[in-house]
Design a protein around this ligand. Sequence first.
Ligand SMILES: [Zn+2]
Length: 100
Amino acid sequence: MSSYRKGPRPLLYKYEEVKARALFMNNSRTVIVTGFDGNSVEGFVRSDSRKDRYHRTAVELERNRITGGTCTCESVSFYGEPCKHMLRLRNSAVHIGIVQ
Ligand SMILES: [Zn+2]
């Protein structure tokens, strides 16, 4: 059973608060990876609705499929599915090649 939970507060971060923790960042600065370990990835994903603010997001993967995760956005605990931030974090991690 998949589990998608609300991440810890604060819910939003400024770029200046997270950039120093970046291990990888895409060109558009929408996804920042701060850690990875086997099949888990954590980082920050930029909000679409709030300019220059980031959600704290983490995903657990199994063969690139999201099996669990947390995010500080509103929709993560509402739909019971991975939110768009989890999808973007996963896609970037796969693209970079830091997960299997
Ligand atoms: Zn989210």
